[in-house]
Design a protein around this ligand. Structure first.
Ligand SMILES: [Zn+2]
Length: 676
């Protein structure tokens, strides 16, 4: 392959030097022949997507190489906000990922934070084609790639934990797709060969044991490029040493809010988090585990393994599900009360697991779930300018102050908006949410076509059946219910276009060049000869859905947006944190409202603002009818669990209640008690 134009000559020569060194080793990676390339407008060779082939199990979809999809419209604005916020500046004032990071050769933090940060910074930098952000990322990438250990290990020498390397491998695969940097394949190959030898004597433990499936994604990524049989041996070894999530979910004994006292008792004075029970019900572990069975099925060839993710989600929904699409985890599984919280790491890791699982299973319902989380829980935990985030967000969040309740195991700062409330993991890890979502909007299909997996404005530039194809997608989805696509193949070509039909849209209409086509549930396939300028119009029907949850509480959704009552917010700086602050947020209006299940609902649409999810310029509002419920109160800044039957105020009658998209209300009620 020629050196990509975006890669400096120095990098290329280093890559060649390493390649020379590698040739002396017993194994020499072979670049898979399938990687046919075509020049794109960006000038970088566009890689064709790769699918697992025998002995691996076939899968219906595969991610397009990172860089194939560029956000536009509101999604581009969201990424730009992210770049102007913490993601683009964290390294300038937060020492954890600053110049002294162990992942750039310093003596500072040398565990998971550097890789976490890069897992979002790398795709964000290339999404925005930002020289500044790319330079920030290259400080870490160059050091990591240029300083492997003699034995094949890589990363900071002060820390040999397998776990942070699992994260860095995810970074390396994206970075290679974006740049073609030759050092990546060599480093990963050497590392996996080293690990295969070392794991029997130094097996997976704690986090790495619970999160082995994330490394499996990277192993399969490399196998598709080198066909190195040792990689499948390593995959099986990881499975044997890793925690068996599928068996745990098959039994699923964790049907209640985690008993924090039991956790601590089991720990006997040592760290409760690191005990076996604590790790099994740990929210981030559970989020990452959602990909375990599908990813393993690629190796095992078992359809039962592949489909186990559905049962896993069902168990989480049944016992810990929340109206924002997530499960409670603050920081351990916490039951269904909408006053319980979910950690931001759990949100972004669930999203990534769903993106991976969607490709392998082809289950359109996973796309519905992904959108519900991406458009609600993700922006809900961050300030509009993305300079501060919460550790735990609650669907019913009436005050973000220092409080110990109702968390299972988390500390009093967990609810604040700030730089690193409670613990620093989310500060480093949240960056992956939007950029990876953008990168997974479209995927390649096993029939050599393209599939729209989630909807948001973007442009896809890829190769279909060796022909360069560009698809421009214009939409204000999820704030509006229509999507317009223009297909621009380099020359006319026949291929199937698959379009995910959201489960909530019962009357979807699709037209190609103005002519209606038949819509099928799940994915609709349109196979035809596509010519430059062909158009596809999709119109979804989004009825307001009233869902019943904990204690019968009512939640409102319309399409993939969840709606909440915004409570007036009084933001108070708790402490200064360099260019940002830690904030407490106090309520300035009543929130204890009950609603009848037969309430009227009016929908009004407004312009989508510069800040897409900002509550002040909510793009959609619902108006419902409710009554004040004086007996439903907060204690210690937390809304009491929603009462099963709420007694309305005798003094006040019914009133109009305006709801906005969940993320626009940083203080909110999402689950309303039913009026008794
Ligand atoms: Zn976290």
């Amino acid at each position: 392959m020629p050196p990509p134009s975006s890669m400096s000559r120095r990098l290329f020569l280093q890559g060649m030097a390493l390649a020379g060194a590698m040739s002396a080793m017993t194994f020499r990676p072979r670049l898979a022949a399938a990687a046919s390339t075509a020049e794109t407008r960006a000038g970088r060779p566009q890689q064709a997507p790769l699918f697992p082939s025998a002995p691996l199990m076939r899968q219906p979809f595969a991610p397009l190489p990172a860089g194939s999809i560029k956000a536009s419209g509101w999604l581009l604005r969201q990424l730009q906000i992210q770049a102007k916020g913490l993601s683009g500046h964290l390294d300038e004032f937060w020492p954890i990922v600053g110049p002294d990071s162990g992942w750039s050769g310093g003596s500072g933090e040398s565990w998971e934070d550097g890789p976490y940060f890069l897992d979002g910074l790398v795709p964000l930098a290339w999404q925005l084609d930002s020289p500044e952000l790319k330079a920030k990322a290259m400080r870490f990438m160059d050091w990591t790639l240029d300083h492997p250990w003699e034995n094949g290990m890589f990363g900071p020498r002060s820390n040999d934990d397998w776990w942070p390397r699992m994260v860095m491998l995810k970074v390396l695969t994206q970075y290679h797709e974006l740049t073609g940097d030759h050092r990546v394949i060599l480093l990963m190959t050497r590392y996996f060969h080293y690990q295969l030898q070392a794991l029997p004597g130094r097996p997976l433990r704690d986090w790495g044991r619970m999160r082995w499936q994330d490394q499996l994604v990277s192993i399969l990524w490399l196998y598709q490029r080198t066909n190195d049989a040792a990689l499948l041996e390593l995959a099986r070894l990881l499975k044997r040493q890793g925690y068996d999530w599928q068996s745990m979910f098959a039994r699923f004994p964790f049907t209640q809010k985690t008993d924090a006292d039991a956790l601590r008792k089991q720990a006997g004075g040592s760290d409760a988090f690191m005990q076996d029970l604590g790790l099994q019900v740990h929210g981030v572990n559970v989020a990452q585990a959602l990909k375990a069975s599908p990813v393993w099925s690629v190796v095992s060839g078992s359809a039962a393994d592949r489909d186990a993710v559905r049962h896993q989600l069902q168990m989480l929904d049944t016992y810990h599900g929340l109206p924002n699409g997530m499960f409670s985890a603050d920081e351990h599984l916490a039951g269904r009360s909408p006053s319980q919280g979910t950690e931001l790491c759990t949100v972004v890791e669930t999203m990534y697991s769903l993106e991976v699982a969607l490709a392998i299973t082809g289950d359109a319902a996973l796309g519905d779930r992904l959108e519900r989380i991406a458009f609600n829980a993700l922006p809900g935990a961050l300030t509009d300018d993305m300079w501060a985030h919460q550790y735990n967000q609650q669907p019913n969040q009436v005050e973000c102050s220092l409080h110990r309740q109702p968390w299972t195991t988390d500390g009093p700062e967990s609810n604040l908006f700030g730089l690193e409330p409670n613990f620093r993991c989310c500060t480093a890890n949240f960056h992956q949410g939007w950029p990876k979502f953008a990168n997974s909007l479209w995927m390649a299909t096993a029939e050599q076509g393209l599939a729209a997996m989630s909807y948001a404005p973007c442009t896809v530039t890829t190769v279909v059946r060796s022909v360069p194809v560009i698809i421009e997608q214009v939409s204000d989805y999820p704030f509006r219910q229509s999507v317009s696509m223009t297909i621009r193949p380099h020359h006319a070509i026949t291929f199937p276009l698959q379009l995910r039909i959201p489960g909530w849209s019962k009357g979807t209409r699709i037209a190609v060049n103005g002519m209606p086509v038949e819509v099928t549930a799940g994915f609709t396939t349109i196979e035809r000869r596509w010519e430059a300028g062909d158009t596809v119009e999709m119109v979804f029907t989004a009825e307001v859905k009233i869902e019943s949850g904990y204690n019968g509480a009512l939640s409102f959704s319309r399409g993939s947006l969840v709606y909440a009552l915004p409570i007036n917010e009084n933001w108070v700086i708790w402490r200064k944190r360099g260019p940002t602050n830690d904030w407490q947020v106090y309520p300035g209006s009543r929130w204890n409202i009950g609603i009848k299940p037969d309430t009227s609902v009016d929908v009004s649409e407004h312009a989508v603002g510069e800040i897409p999810f900002a509550g002040a310029s909510a793009a959609v509002r619902l108006t419902v009818r409710g009554r004040y419920v004086p007996a439903w109160k907060a204690s210690e800044g937390v809304a009491e669990p929603v009462p099963a039957a709420a007694e309305p105020s005798a003094d006040e009658g019914e009133q109009s209640i305006i709801l906005v998209p969940y993320a626009g209300a940083k203080l909110r009620i999402t689950a309303f008690p039913i009026l008794g």
